[in-house]
Write a protein that binds this ligand. Structure first.
Ligand code: SAM
Length: 190
C-alpha cells in the first residue's frame, strides 16, 4: 500500500525508462509522505526482500517530518538546498556514487504564477547540481517541473551531462495540467 497516489507517477516512469534496479543507490528529494521512497525501496531492493538480488540503498529528505520507510534512511525537517542537508546527504553516501536522483519537490505555491515557477525551476537546478556532483557513470535523474518558459533551458543544461533527456507526463499527473517530469538517463560524468 502506497502512502499517496504520487507513487503511480514514479511507477509509470520507472516501468518505461528503467531508472532503478536492485543494488542501486537512490536519493529521493522532497520525499514526504514517502510514496516515491516506498517505490524506490522496492525497485532497488533496499529492504532486502528479494533475497538473491543485490541490496540497494535509498536516502530520502524533506522539509517535513514523515514516518520511516523500512529500508530507507530518512532526513525529515530538512531543507534540501541548505548546506547542512547537502553535508548530511554526502556523509550518508560515505563515498558511494549515486545511481539515481529523484525530485518530486515543489515549493509552497504563493499563487503568483511567475514566482512559483521560478522557485520550482530553482529547486530543479539545485537538484541537478547535486546530481552532477554525486552521480556515478550512467546515473539517472528525474525532476518535477511546472511547464513554463524556463524549462527548455533546464532541459538543454541537462542534455550537456546526460545521454538522453525526455519530458514525461505520466497518466497519474493528468489532473495537474502544468506538472510534468524531466527524465535524464546516462550521466556522462563531469
Ligand atoms: N514524492 C512524494 C511522495 O510520493 O510521497 C510527494 C512529494 S510532495 C509533491 C513535494 C514535497 O517537496 C513536499 O513534501 C515538500 O515539503 C517538499 N519540499 C519542497 N521544497 C523542499 C526543500 N527545499 N527541501 C526539501 N523538501 C522540499
Amino acid at each position: 500500500n502506497y502512502r499517496c497516489r504520487s507513487a503511480f507517477k514514479l511507477l509509470e516512469i520507472d516501468d518505461k525508462y528503467h531508472l532503478m534496479q536492485p543494488g542501486y543507490t537512490v536519493i529521493d528529494c522532497g520525499a514526504a509522505p514517502g510514496s516515491w521512497t516506498q517505490v524506490a525501496v522496492e525497485r532497488t531492493n533496499a529492504n532486502g526482500k528479494q533475497e538473491k538480488k543485490p541490496l540497494g540503498s535509498v536516502i530520502s529528505i524533506d522539509l517535513l517530518h514523515f514516518h520511516a520507510v523500512p529500508g530507507a534512511v530518512i532526513y525529515g525537517g530538512m531543507d534540501f538546498t541548505s548546506a547542512v542537508a547537502q553535508q548530511r546527504l554526502k556523509e550518508s553516501l560515505a563515498g558511494r556514487r549515486v545511481n539515481c536522483v529523484l525530485s518530486d519537490m515543489a515549493p509552497n505555491a504563493t499563487g503568483v504564477r511567475m514566482l512559483d515557477q521560478e522557485s520550482i525551476t530553482n529547486l530543479c537546478y539545485e537538484v541537478l547540481r547535486f546530481a552532477l556532483a554525486m552521480s556515478g557513470p550512467d546515473a539517472n535523474l528525474v525532476v518535477k517541473v511546472w511547464d513554463n518558459g524556463d524549462v527548455p533551458k533546464l532541459e538543454k543544461t541537462m542534455l550537456q551531462h546526460y545521454e538522453k533527456v525526455k519530458r514525461v507526463k505520466p497518466r497519474a499527473s493528468r489532473g495537474d495540467s502544468a506538472e510534468h517530469f524531466l527524465v535524464a538517463r546516462g550521466f556522462r560524468g563531469t
